[in-house]
Write a protein that binds this ligand. Structure first.
Ligand SMILES: C[S@@+](CC[C@H](N)C(=O)[O-])C[C@H]1O[C@@H](n2cnc3c(N)ncnc32)[C@H](O)[C@@H]1O
Length: 445
């Protein structure tokens, strides 16, 4: 492993981090376990998702080169491989043992088009490769100078490539930072054996009265048995927290552009108000004017529930400007190509859809791709209208034609279905499903 110039203190910390993950590669997931049946994880790891969010365009993943920077034991690398068929996968990590496990994992699941290297994030340019997508999950907050990590990733990112990375939230995680401070003070984060340090944390917690604040707020019964969780929380080497303004200022320093939060639906500022359309005058006037950064910052101040500030970014000025779906005129809709999100292009979804259509029952879309708000269903005629999408993309107008065949008569008047009514209903259906990420709508020139 070659390491670019670092001062002694940073090198010592890097070594402590390396040792932590060398003796306990993360995550500890059995080799044979597959994320195949976790559509939410595949959705996040699919290059199609952020590419669409940035450009309102669909992209094929075959031939793309994807990097998992800080791949750990490779479970998320496997998600990347499953979610991006025919893409080449590269993984790097400073821990040799983690790299070994990640390599074995991908081989075990039949991905021969994957390469792994023992390397630091900062040394990425040494690889001499460029990537379409870089996944950097649960790593950046460990690095002393995250801007240098962002810059290193930017150097190896293709012009229209996208980086997914994350920080720990200062506001959400401050209790664990205090616990780490406490165990550092007790000397447990020096070069002890990890087993001993974990045991001493447990003994300390056991010895404390139950009402002691640190115990009430950071100790859970599952920590009694789960070593990995104690290491990843109370004893995590190098762990630091950031705020949204700090995140944006790091992006500016690295000359990268914010694209979106990964769990963007869970960062909706308006959802925090009882009546979003009836705000006090001051808020009603100012909120619509504020920037994305300010909206996210207000959210974290009001509702610091997310452990991760998990986001996508890319080179500046690469986003292709587009008009949001809600602002499309009918002439725009007539030129739309409709795609089912690849995570819904599964046999299971298709079988379930056909069952719903033939037995006239509601189709629960959210069962196939869960969303945080709960359940999303559509009725069986709508589901029947979507059926051709399971085979490939369709034009909006072909779906309108299909709707007219499925419902030739107006259900109340029994008059023939008007073209305009069918168009309006399909438009409403697609707008709703696009809002949940289930369909992708590309407006052709
Ligand atoms: C918390 S684990 C996350 C692993 C994986 N990304 C995941 O989310 O499952 C952090 C990983 O980052 C690696 N790491 C930490 N600092 C690094 C650096 N400067 N360069 C490369 N890898 C690093 C560690 O060895 C460890 O495997």
């Amino acid at each position: 492993m070659k390491i670019i110039q670092m001062d002694k203190q940073n090198l010592e910390l890097l070594e402590k981090i390396r040792q932590q993950f060398e003796s306990a590669p993360y995550p500890k997931v059995p080799l044979e376990k597959s994320p195949k049946n976790n559509p939410r994880s595949l959705y996040i790891h699919n290059f199609v998702t952020p590419y669409y969010l940035r450009n309102q365009k669909y992209i094929e993943t075959d031939g793309k080169i994807i990097l998992d920077a800080g791949c750990g034991s490779g479970y998320k690398t496997l998600s990347l491989a499953e979610a991006n068929p025919e893409a080449k996968i590269v993984g790097i990590d400073i821990s040799e043992e983690s790299v070994k496990l990640a390599r074995q994992r991908l081989q075990f699941h039949g991905f021969d088009n994957a390469e792994f290297y023992c390397l630091t994030l900062e040394d990425l340019p040494i690889l001499g490769m460029e990537f379409d997508y870089i996944n950097n999950d649960e790593v950046l907050y460990l690095i002393t100078d995250p801007v240098s990590g962002l810059k290193a990733m930017k150097t190896v990112l293709r012009p229209n490539g996208i980086i997914r990375t994350n920080y720990h939230s200062s506001f959400q995680r401050n209790l664990y930072f205090r616990a780490q401070e406490m165990f550092k003070y007790m000397g447990l984060m020096e070069n002890h054996s990890q087993e001993l340090a974990i045991e001493l944390v447990r003994e300390t917690m056991k010895a404390l009265q139950d009402h002691v604040h640190l115990k009430v707020t950071t100790w859970k019964p599952e920590f009694e048995k789960d070593d990995e969780r104690v290491l990843a929380n109370h004893l995590l080497q190098g762990d630091k927290g950031y705020t949204i303004p700090e995140l944006f200022s790091a992006l500016r320093a690295a000359d990268l552009e914010f694209i979106s939060m990964v769990n963007w639906k869970e960062w909706d500022l308006m959802s925090l108000f009882k009546e979003p359309n009836n705000l006090p005058v001051f808020l009603g006037i100012s909120l619509p004017e504020i920037s994305v950064e300010e909206r996210l910052h207000l959210f974290e101040l009001l509702q610091p529930i997310h452990r991760l500030l998990d986001f996508w970014c890319g080179h500046p000025n690469q986003a292709q400007s587009y008009v949001p779906v809600e602002e499309w005129a009918d002439s725009d809709w007539q030129r739309v190509r409709v795609y089912l999100h690849p995570q819904l292009r599964t046999e299971k979804f298709k079988d379930n859809l056909i069952t719903c259509v033939t037995q006239l029952v509601m189709l629960e879309m959210s069962q196939h791709l869960p969303i945080p708000e709960g359940t999303v269903t559509i009725d069986s005629t709508m589901a029947a209208c979507l059926l051709p999408l399971t085979e490939g993309s369709q034009s909006m107008m072909s779906l309108v034609e299909r709707w007219k065949k499925l419902r030739p008569l107006h259900p109340v008047t029994l008059e023939p279905t008007e073209e305009g009514d069918a168009f309006e209903l399909v438009k409403q259906l697609l707008t709703r499903l696009e809002g949940f990420g289930y369909v992708l709508l590309e407006r052709l020139p």
